[in-house]
Design a protein around this ligand. Structure first.
Ligand code: PLZ
Length: 446
């Protein structure tokens, strides 16, 4: 049914970036859209397929960001497109809480089956990662009848009022947008690259600090939930040291606290597991998913223990568009693609190429202070040589070089000095290596 011819998976530059048509169109962007919106690459996109973006000047750009970890199955993946076309012709909307339909139920069945843990689970669908986090917090508070939410340094959970409060970094996410929601408590994150204490005991020391703060400053009996990203995304792909996540999960269970994993960026095969918590066999009480769930359509999920998810009174949860039928059809297509194309194994394969190449670059360019991440979610942190001082200017220069040469890479990090790589999991080895060569040239050009 899907009749569009796919773009050839190759980088091709026919103008400078941005080209003349994009420059003209971007004037209209400035005139019509709020300047509060950022822009990673100054081009206007006309089409995309798999890991290639085509701009209106005819340039083909390698996508190393997946629209921030969304198109894991590739842009306009055929199974997503086919199911969306079929659904949009059948019906566009009823509102699940007005008149239900099967695709919403099927997506929830899949989430309940795919997320870790053999206990009974139930799910709820909403529109965005932030809305899903809001709902997870609502449900955890309802279930526990406790107010406090514990979050971590360097965390990112969204841009709504509650999720801004949960997010760590002030600029650009929170500056001027307060006052923020109360009863949010931030605790230390074991960010090993910047940890001032003993690396050998980082897990034990961090757990000690976190549980001290909870026990002495909040009172564990006041805590509804501990909320954490299994690998911090916007914070700079910070991977917690081994043992940290399991210890947090255990502390939560021991204290009647709902343990919530924010898998919005790490989810759906990205890290070489279906979900990143699987690395250490952690079973969260609630898992929040979004981004890659529906191959590019807006959808997010909250999946949790049945007794927690069912504690809320009837009609206490909902929303007009949550679990829209077109987004649910796309999700079924995306989940089918992950399985059919074995994208978990693909993410591991990409991880080997990425990790090896980035570590080789680190040897060549000591400005790369650390390479970290897992699977197809890896990053490099740039520092002034011989120190751990952030080198934001170098990050900007390398990113600009990559863009000018047709490779879209994204940045991250509390210190604005991290380049992150989140390619679609269907990217070919050739395209990935081409992108990494351009990155190498970018460092050479500094
Ligand atoms: N939790 C872990 O990564 C979204 C933010 C982009 P929404 N990250 C990309 C930007 O600059 O706004 C994210 C995340 C984690 C929650 C969210 C929020 O998801 O779908 O953007 O609301």
């Amino acid at each position: 049914m899907h009749t569009l011819t796919n773009l050839r998976q190759e980088r091709r530059l026919v103008t400078a970036i941005p080209g003349p048509k994009s420059i003209e169109a971007l004037k209209r962007r400035s005139a019509a859209t709020s300047q509060g919106l950022g822009m990673a690459i100054p081009v206007i996109i006309e089409r995309a397929s798999d890991a290639i973006l085509l701009d209106i000047d005819g340039n083909q750009i390698i996508d190393m960001g997946s629209g921030i970890g969304v198109v894991n199955v590739g842009n306009s993946a055929s199974r997503v497109v086919d199911r969306v076309i079929e659904q949009v012709q059948a019906f566009t909307h009823t509102c699940f809480t007005v008149a239900p339909y099967m695709s919403y139920i099927e997506v929830c069945e899949k989430l309940n089956a795919l997320t870790p843990g053999t206990h009974a689970k139930k799910s709820l669908l909403v529109n965005s990662g932030a809305e899903a986090i809001e709902n997870a917090v609502k449900i955890a508070r309802y279930y526990t009848k406790r107010p406090a939410i514990v979050v971590f340094e360097h965390s990112y959970h969204g841009r709504t009022n509650l999720t801004m409060a949960l997010t760590a970094k002030n600029m650009p996410y929170k500056e001027g947008f307060g006052p923020f929601a109360p009863e949010i408590y931030r605790v230390p994150m074991p960010y090993s690259f910047h940890w001032v204490g003993n690396q050998a005991t980082i897990t034990e020391d961090a757990i000690e600090m976190v549980t001290y703060k909870i026990d002495k400053e909040i009172g564990a009996h006041n805590v509804a939930a501990i909320l954490i990203e299994p690998i911090q995304g916007e914070g700079g792909f910070i991977v917690p040291p081994k043992g940290f996540m399991p210890a947090l999960a255990k502390y939560s269970a021991d204290n009647g606290i709902v343990f919530i994993a924010d898998e919005v960026q790490t989810g759906f095969a990205r890290t070489g597991h279906m979900f990143a918590v699987e690395e250490e066999n952690v079973v969260p009480d609630i898992m929040v998913t979004a981004k890659a769930i529906a191959g590019g359509l807006p959808l997010a999920g909250i999946t949790g223990r049945a007794e927690i998810m069912d504690s809320v009174h009837v009609a206490g949860l909902g929303g007009t568009f949550g679990g829209n039928p077109i987004a649910c059809a796309a999700a079924l297509g995306a989940l089918e693609t992950m399985e059919a194309e074995n994208l978990i194994a693909r993410a591991q394969h990409i991880g080997t190429i990425l990790g090896d190449s980035l570590r080789a670059l680190q040897k060549k360019y000591p400005i790369i202070g650390e390479v970290r991440g897992r699977g197809a979610m890896q990053a490099i942190e740039l520092v002034e040589v011989g120190t751990k001082n952030p080198h934001t200017a170098a990050m900007n220069a390398v990113v600009k070089y990559c863009q000018s040469n047709g490779v879209l890479v994204l940045t991250a990090g509390t210190y604005s000095n991290v380049i992150r790589f989140l390619p679609p999991l269907v990217i070919t080895d050739e395209l990935l290596k081409d992108a990494l060569n351009i990155l190498d040239e970018g460092f050479a050009s500094l």
